[in-house]
Design a protein around this ligand. Structure first.
Ligand SMILES: [Mn+2]
Length: 478
């Protein structure tokens, strides 16, 4: 039986904004968190005496990590090397360097010839001698267009066409690796990629601009006993047969990972006893050779897994809308006290109206958050840029200019004192216009009877304007 530990997406050196300076070490506390969590994984590998450790890629935020990051990473993985645990470090997109011949932040381990460490920076298959026997691992690092195609080849092709050709080449290259496999040995595919579990159409090919999306069916071949993935930070099982798993990242890089459980995957690949028995029975007959040829490593071995959570730093968002609160500070403090914030990275978001701002004392809020590992406060002012529409002025309502003005004035308390003069001026204006329109064309006069609320009482004002159809233009304003 083989025991394999699979972890991925360490990103050591990320998310410092959520940490603080440790005065004792002079280092960012988030760096220390990442080292501690990685150390937790390595401890488990050593204590459980696993046969193999697979790292799915993305060691650092970029391919040129600061020396202290390189050193911290190396210290942990060299413990595996010293414990004679074979380890494969796969190259992810964050590890690749595009200058010159390429290379990666992890290539140094090969250059130095660190025992028991293999750097997976090309598509290749390794036979690894473990204490439980040999097994095979195919490494598939992050692919970009230039890995499989030259510039002249892609000239004049659409993104969809490029992706199609790339996938075809990947399929062929992987097939080449698969054909070299020894079927009696367990076989693992270790890949850093964005897998696409859905059936894909041309729209999916367009994703190549952001990355290279690989359809799951290219990976889930029955020759594999396990497909170990890296790149996606959320732990997920994409396929049961063969088991295809993203262990996810080991520490939260930002708040997008707040709700995700962090950890690694522990695998057991054991001989499939049912199949073994079948072979023994068959071997008494003459058909043994034929049956053995038909067997794939998938039915010779059985893979089981366990997701092992790690003590990653918790993140917590506290969001509260205080717009309708009469005591916004009390409500805000209550929301903080209801949350577990001890040693947690906290993001406090509250919404309030501009006139409530002075009701919040920043120092009191900060003091309430002091138990957090770190915190940010985001106060969102809710400003009503426009008044709500008046129902009287809604679409579809047939209304005259005077009615519209009246409805508007009723809703503007601040203009109450000016209501009468405004209305009178409006009447005069409209009257003038009507007079010009009708008067100049020689149309007959019309009269309007208007009831106008003035100073909260309603009085009727009579005035006369030229009219041709009294019924149609009679206004009754309430
Ligand atoms: Mn990645």
């Amino acid at each position: 039986m083989f025991k394999v530990l699979h972890l991925s997406d360490i990103h050591m050196g990320s998310g410092y904004i959520h940490g603080r300076l440790n005065p004792e070490t002079g280092l960012n506390t988030r760096f220390e968190d990442f080292v501690q969590t990685l150390s937790f994984c390595i401890d488990r590998a050593i204590n459980d005496q696993v046969d193999l450790v697979l790292f799915g890629g993305d060691a650092f935020p970029d391919a040129v990590p600061a020396p202290y990051l390189q050193q911290a990473f190396a210290k942990q993985f060299c413990r595996l090397s010293a414990a004679n645990i074979p380890t494969i470090l796969l190259v992810g997109n964050h590890d690749q360097h595009s200058q010159g011949e390429g290379g990666a932040s992890l290539s140094i381990y090969r250059s130095l010839g660190v025992p028991n460490i293999i750097v997976g920076d090309t598509l290749a298959t390794y036979r690894i001698e473990t204490k439980s026997g040999p097994l095979q691992v195919t490494t598939l690092p992050w692919l970009n267009r230039s890995t499989l195609m030259s510039k002249t080849e892609t000239d004049g092709m659409s993104m969809a066409q490029v992706s199609e050709v790339l996938l075809d080449r990947l399929r062929i290259a992987l097939e080449g690796e698969i054909r070299q496999l020894e079927p009696t040995m367990p076989h693992i595919l270790l890949a850093h990629l964005m897998a696409d579990a859905a059936t894909f159409g041309a729209e999916k090919f367009l994703a190549v601009g952001k990355g290279f999306t690989v359809p799951l069916n290219i990976l889930t071949r029955d020759c594999f006993n396990y497909v170990a993935l890296g790149h996606v930070h959320k732990h997920q099982v994409l396929c049961e047969n063969p088991l295809t798993i993203y262990p996810g990242s080991i520490e939260r890089v930002d708040f997008s990972e707040e709700k995700e459980l962090k950890g690694f995957v522990m695998l057991e690949i054991a001989p499939n006893e049912e199949e073994e028995n079948a072979i023994v029975q068959d071997s008494s007959k003459s058909s043994r050779t034929t049956d053995r040829q038909n067997l794939t490593s998938q039915n010779l071995f059985k893979t089981t897994y366990e997701f092992c959570p790690v003590p990653a730093r918790s993140f917590c968002t506290i969001e509260i809308n205080l717009c309708n609160s009469t005591m916004p500070q009390d409500d805000l403090l209550m929301a903080i006290h209801r949350s577990t914030i001890q040693d947690v990275v906290v993001r406090l978001i509250y919404h309030l109206r501009p006139e409530q701002v002075e009701l919040i004392q920043d120092m009191v809020v900060r003091s309430a958050l002091s138990a957090a590992h770190s915190y940010t406060i985001q106060a969102d002012l809710v400003i009503q840029l426009s008044r709500s529409r008046l129902p009287e002025l809604g679409v579809g309502a047939t209304i005259t200019p005077m009615e519209a003005l009246q409805a508007y004035l009723i809703n503007r308390e601040d203009l109450r004192d000016l209501e009468s003069p405004i209305l009178e001026a409006a009447r005069a204006l409209i009257g003038d216009e009507q007079g010009v329109m009708f008067g100049s064309s020689g149309d007959p006069m019309f009269g309007i009877n208007v009831a106008v609320p003035t100073n909260r009482s309603i009085e009727t004002i009579d005035f006369s304007i030229d009219t041709s159809d009294t019924a149609d233009v009679q206004l009754r304003l309430l």
